[in-house]
Design a protein around this ligand. Sequence first.
Ligand code: ZN
Length: 96
Amino acid sequence: MKISGWIFIIIGAVVAITAYFIPHLRFFFYVGSAIAAYGLAKVIFNFIFKEDRTQQNSMNYEQLAAKELQESRCRRCKNIVRRFDNFCSYCGMRLR
Ligand SMILES: [Zn+2]
């Protein structure tokens, strides 16, 4: 997937550069530029997508942590308390 983006950039650049030096081929210069831009967008998109995946992994980890926090409830008032709190913030019950 990542390689195809670079291929678009190379083909687009070759077409644009070739057309740039040939008179009356301005149209192909723009087409080549567009192909190169598309390839660049593809590469950037893949990069962002890859970044998103790692962020999603860390988010899942945070969600797991949040779930773990939610499972921690006060024994007296049953309100959700932070796992590492010594006292319940609702009723003041000692948690540990
Ligand atoms: Zn409580």
